[in-house]
Ligand binder design. Structure first.
Ligand code: NAD
Ligand code: TYD
Length: 345
């Protein structure tokens, strides 16, 4: 099994590379990653010398590099994407370039090289928000953010390549994922690392938005299953079955770290903030998938991992990260005297 993993230096991709090398002795992996701010060679330090693994720095929108790598693999699993909703609100262009144009390049090259299977790792955010009940794979896509709209665009292209050219592509729509090696802009690692530093946890709006949390390893096992058993042209929802409000998540993190709730700081809501995500996962369960981590255990282990691996996250919270943090949170986190001063200027 020769696999091209794209975006394997990011959060879920790096967990997937490690998971596949552990689970399948004969698997060989090429990891193509552009190393954006979210791509981090530290995520795979422990396996970088494994003879079954090779890293290539490059862009999925670069036809020549994707074409040359595709000639040597049977399977492609795409994780590469711009992934953060708040950044997509500030600067959508890069999302369209990678999540739509990059996917187009992968599909075209897979078609030319007759790749045996292509798995696009997508998100439940393509459905948009749902007040009651859960979305099935048949439901209409109604994305709210430039991020989710770009992911939906990439998906629709892929399904068109299946219908038009018979390209053997499967799509997974995973729910909010948590675990080790997640860049500390996403809510769980952001809140854990802020709490460890005793600095405010910026909670959007009323804190009652709901997400369905999935452990990274359960997400990986679902992708592995779809890789082997998924029917070409089909979409599979992958949810952890752990719907929680953001305030519940925040309390859980503070309690696990024995930190006070006074660290919570209500900040202005995200624009277009989806209220609730919920997906029906009967279809992938019929293929035999079940999440193995309970949320309580998974969260305990995850919080513990960040507490013990300061070497990993401390250096990320500098430079570009601080510029982004200021842009995203400055007005929400300022003190009364700072606000007064700003208003007087
Ligand atoms: P991440 O932001 O941690 O990592 C993305 C990786 O892609 C980085 O290593 C980055 O360097 C790389 N990359 C970005 N643009 C690239 C390009 N043009 N060419 C090559 N590499 C590029 O993301 P993640 O959270 O690990 O998400 C991985 C995938 O899973 C994404 O497609 C995302 O949409 C999807 N997903 C994520 C979640 C979640 O909760 N994190 C949930 C469901 C689906
Ligand atoms: P996030 O981790 O950005 O994932 P997504 O937007 O893809 O679901 O956010 C998860 C939830 O946490 C979402 O409802 C927004 C909320 N949130 C905050 O309240 N404060 C924050 O600083 C961030 C980043 C997110």
């Amino acid at each position: 099994m020769r696999i091209l993993v794209t975006g394997g230096a990011g959060f879920i991709g790096s967990n997937f590379v490690r998971y596949m090398l552990d689970k399948h002795a004969h698997c060989r992996i090429i990891n193509l990653d552009k190393l954006t701010y979210a791509g981090n060679p530290d995520n795979l330090r422990d396996i970088e010398n494994d003879p079954r693994y090779r890293f290539v720095k490059g862009d999925i929108a670069d036809v020549s590099i994707v074409g040359s790598l595709m000639a040597n693999v049977d399977i492609v699993v795409n994780f590469a994407a711009e992934t953060h909703v708040d950044r997509s609100i500030h600067e959508p262009g890069g999302f369209i370039q990678t999540d739509v144009v990059g996917i187009y390049v992968i599909l075209e090259e897979a078609r030319k090289h007759k790749t045996r299977k292509i798995v696009l790792v997508s998100t439940d955010e393509v459905y948009g928000s749902i007040e009651k009940g859960s979305f099935t794979e048949q439901d209409r896509l109604s994305p709210s953010s430039p991020y989710s709209a770009s992911k939906a665009g990439g998906e629709l292209l892929a399904l068109a390549y299946y219908r038009t050219f018979g390209l053997p592509v499967c799509i997974t729509r995973g729910s909010n994922t948590y675990g080790p090696y997640q860049y500390p802009e996403k809510v769980i690692p952001l809140f854990v690392t802020n709490a460890l530093d005793d600095i405010p946890l910026p909670l959007y709006g009323d804190g009652l938005n709901v997400r369905d949390w999935l452990h990274a390893l359960d997400h990986c096992s679902a992708i592995d299953l779809v890789l082997h058993e998924g029917v070409p042209g089909e979409v599979y929802n992958v949810g952890g079955g752990n719907e929680r409000t953001n305030i519940q998540i925040t309390h859980m993190i503070l309690d696990l770290l024995n930190k006070p709730r006074t660290l919570i700081k209500a900040v202005p809501d995200r624009l277009g903030h989806d209220r609730r995500y919920s997906i029906d996962c009967a279809k992938i369960k019929r293929l035999g998938w079940r999440p193995e981590q309970t949320f309580e255990e998974g969260m305990r282990a995850t919080v513990d991992w960040y507490a013990k691996n300061e070497w990993w996250w401390r250096k990320l919270k500098s430079g570009e990260y601080l510029d982004y943090y200021k842009k995203q949170y400055a007005t929400g986190l300022e003190s009364d005297s700072e606000r007064q001063q700003r208003e007087n200027e």
